[in-house]
Write a protein that binds this ligand. Structure first.
Ligand code: AQP
Length: 339
């Protein structure tokens, strides 16, 4: 008998007006090709964005802008489920159940929490920020997802999701939860900050270190040309000693589909400036149609909202069944009630 396709789940936070090249190459681009072989569920994870206390009006705008960028990249709402996390109440409900099986110690070990907490300072750290990885586990388990395409920065969070799923199965018996597998594309797993190549490119990083997907061509060229390079002048693949050049080479290779070795050969005897000029052109050309398509979706917010409501309805139909199954295992009455 033919098996149903495996389920994929992934999400991106609406924490900026534009996504960046790391989000695109580390996650979004994979999302689009996975649609050919898997049953995909993609979400604008606005509950996650609340963990850093965004301005409400900005958040509303960014939810739409993020969804528009998913669509512009090629997420197809007819083939995949595309929805906004807060429109499906089971995400918050399942988080509570998982909070009650997650260890305080294991949540305390999450390096992303430690990094963000250090950036925000004691007064701004919320319980929500601490709980971020448990909410992420709820997102994944709620759809019985088999595969989760993410960048390297999310590997530890995904490991926690796997631990929690396995714990539900050992505590309540097999079949309580599906244990998800990470899907991390090695070559683009971590795109680095252009100004600080030891750090990942991040929406909340310094603007000069980021290439935003909606940046205009002039800004893109400026950012690429100002990227920090390394001492010496030889264009070589040496991530340990030449992290700045290695980052530019990975981005170039990912955008053009040409292997890094071939690019290095082409630039033998040339200067960093040549590589930067060609890379800027490649980024501009790759992002031009993306920017135009995003603008078209944002021109019609009514239609975009309708599309997202339809997606939320489809997501909730799946989430309700899984939530009730898990809640019943916990012994909660509502887990067995029909509505
Ligand atoms: N630099 C990166 N390289 C490769 N993949 C990346 N991702 C993020 N940065 C890189 C992947 O993008 C997806 C969405 O991430 P997110 O926006 O939900 O949260 P994040 O990982 O916290 O990304 P940012 O940009 O750093 O956001 P802020 O600054 O708001 O926290 C994930 O799959 C992630 O792996």
């Amino acid at each position: 008998m033919p098996q149903p396709p495996l389920r994929v789940f992934s999400g991106i936070q609406p924490t900026a007006d534009s996504l960046h090249l790391g989000n695109y190459l580390g996650a979004l681009r994979q999302w689009v090709s996975l649609q050919d072989d898997y049953d995909c569920v993609y979400s604008v994870v606005d509950l996650h964005a609340l963990t850093v206390g965004p301005d409400p009006a900005a958040l509303r705008q960014r939810v739409r802008a993020t969804a528009a960028q998913f669509l512009a990249a090629g997420v197809d709402p007819d083939r995949s489920i595309l929805f906004v996390q807060s429109q499906v109440p089971q995400h918050a409900q399942l988080t509570w159940l998982l909070n009650c099986v997650a260890g305080f110690g294991e949540a305390s070990r999450m390096t992303q929490f430690k990094d963000k907490a250090a950036k925000l300072g004691d007064k701004a750290i919320t319980v929500g920020l601490f709980d971020y990885p448990v909410l992420m586990a709820a997102d994944i388990l709620l759809y019985d997802a088999n595969l989760v395409p993410v960048g390297e920065d999310q590997r530890q969070h995904l490991e926690l999701s796997r631990t929690l799923a396995a714990r539900l199965n050992s505590r309540f018996g097999e079949g309580a939860a599906v244990v998800p597998e990470p899907l991390i594309v090695k070559a683009t797993a971590k795109i680095h900050d252009l100004q600080e190549p030891s750090a990942k490119m991040s929406k909340t990083g310094h603007p000069a270190g980021i290439i935003e997907l909606l940046d205009d061509p002039k800004t893109i060229a400026k950012r690429v040309k100002a990227a920090v390079t390394d001492s010496g002048s030889e264009i070589a693949w040496d991530p340990a000693n030449k992290p700045g050049i290695a980052n530019l080479l990975s981005i170039y290779s990912a955008l053009t589909g040409r292997p890094v070795g071939q690019i290095v050969e082409d630039y033998s005897g040339k200067l960093y400036g040549h590589l930067k000029a060609d890379l800027a052109e490649a980024v501009i050309e790759a992002l031009r149609p993306f920017r135009e398509r995003t603008a078209l979706y944002l021109d019609d917010p009514g239609q975009l909202d309708q599309l997202l409501r339809t997606g939320a309805g489809r997501a909730e139909a799946l989430a309700r069944v899984v939530y009730q199954r898990i809640a019943a295992r916990f012994g909660l009455a509502q887990g067995t009630a029909s509505r």
